[in-house]
Design a protein around this ligand. Structure first.
Ligand code: GLP
Length: 229
């Protein structure tokens, strides 16, 4: 079931997101699925400034580009280090290794790890085409961690973070839709006009693999925070 909370003020929205994470943590969550993207930057800034302690928790990121080293400024490893982990370390933090020589084996390794540490919580952003993690339109709802070819719209949307749009990787490793749906509680944040059309589709409650995030209608516990009215 999806519960939507709408905010006029993004400060209030992010304060609510922090409060939800604090509450989830206080009620015993130990494994946290984390997300990247511009939407999460204000959240991580506030988490860093909070008193919340993740040192007894384990994190799993949704995805990573293929071909960027951990120290590449646009890799999600680097993003997480800068935005959160340097200031709020977890007991263990996992991301897929986009530099692995055998990518299929890496996807399997990550999925096995996720099954060993079931997610109590998963944070999600959303792509304008409805992607969650890097699960692009058309991805099976049964999918587990896998290699994806990024759509041109996703590469274009993420080009703003790179000096040269040609540098945006063409592939990524991502948790699958089934991997995400196993999380006990999902918090999705969607801000800004660009997300309006896709958010409306998600809230219609009709699941279709053409819009990956519509799968959330089938999950028992989803909260969506948005500044869209
Ligand atoms: C990326 C990430 C997604 C994220 C999406 C939205 O492609 N892989 O996990 O949700 O972009 O990003 P933004 O928050 O920058 O709009």
């Amino acid at each position: 079931m999806i519960q939507v909370e709408r905010f006029h003020d993004t400060d209030a929205l992010y304060a609510r997101a922090v409060a939800i994470i604090e509450e989830v943590k206080a009620t015993g969550a130990k494994t946290f699925g984390l997300a990247t993207g511009g939407t999460m930057e204000p959240l991580y800034e506030r988490l860093c400034a909070s008193t919340i302690d993740f040192s007894d928790a384990v994190s799993f990121n949704l995805d990573e580009y293929i071909g960027l080293s951990e120290t590449h400024p646009e890799s999600y490893h680097y993003y997480m280090q800068q935005q959160l982990f340097d200031q709020k370390p977890f007991q263990q933090s996992h991301l897929p290794n986009g530099f692995a020589s055998d990518l299929e084996a890496e996807a399997e390794r990550y999925e096995t790890l996720l099954q060993q540490y079931p997610l109590d919580f998963q944070l999600l952003g959303i792509g304008v085409n409805g992607h969650i993690g890097f699960n692009e339109p058309g991805t099976s709802f049964q999918s587990t961690t896998h290699v994806v070819t990024l759509s041109s719209s996703t590469r274009a949307a993420n080009a703003r973070f790179f000096e040269d749009p040609e540098e945006v990787p063409t592939r990524a490793l991502t948790m699958g839709i089934a991997s995400i749906m196993r999380a006990k509680f999902i918090l999705l944040i969607a801000t800004g006009e660009k997300k309006r059309a896709v958010l409306e589709k998600v809230l219609m409650g009709v699941s279709t693999e053409e819009v990956p995030a519509t799968v959330l209608a089938n999950h028992p516990r989803v909260v969506i925070l948005t500044d869209l009215q």
